[in-house]
Design a protein around this ligand. Structure first.
Ligand code: SF4
Ligand code: SF4
Length: 148
């Protein structure tokens, strides 16, 4: 009688013999991340224009942009993977990539340095001098005071 209780389990055991395992062999095999995982930030530093918008929008202040030195620095252990910097970057040179920051005993930062200098801004066109006889329109006059 008691041996009959094992029949359902035997069926499951037999099925599992012919199924692929649902687990992975990480760390011996590469980890498989979900498609929309918020992993870590990566930058295409050569496209960065050092505008600093990412640093200003970073809630924990994990980013530092040095325009003069052409560097972009991220404190990996301060980043909360909110994605703000990716959303505000005007050059779309930041992206959220699957994969966790490598664990470490100490907090460290990663610095990326642009190798190509930023293009110089185009000079502003000089203001045109006002042509003779085309004076600026007169300012509207205040209404005359009432006299009784
Ligand atoms: S993902 Fe969020 S916390 Fe991380 S660097 Fe970007 S703005 Fe800062
Ligand atoms: S917002 Fe983009 S372009 Fe501007 S400093 Fe950050 S990474 Fe560079």
């Amino acid at each position: 009688m008691s041996s009959l209780k094992f029949i359902p389990f035997a069926g499951v055991a037999l099925k599992n013999l012919f199924r692929k395992p649902v687990t992975t062999s990480y760390p011996f095999a590469p980890a498989q991340y979900p498609e929309r995982m918020r992993g870590h930030i990566e930058i295409d530093i050569e496209s960065c224009i050092s505008c600093g918008m990412c640093a200003r929008s970073c809630p924990p202040g994990a980013l530092t942009v040095d325009r003069a030195a052409g560097t972009w620095t991220i404190q990996r252990f301060d980043c909360v993977q909110c994605g703000n910097c990716v959303n505000v970057c005007p050059k779309k040179c930041l992206k959220m990539v699957p994969g966790y920051t490598t664990p470490d005993c100490t907090k460290h930062s990663d610095t990326y340095t642009r190798t190509t200098p930023l293009p110089k801004p185009a000079p502003r066109p000089a203001a045109k001098p006002a042509a003779a006889g085309t004076a600026a329109p007169a300012a509207p006059q205040a209404p005359a005071a009432k006299t009784e």
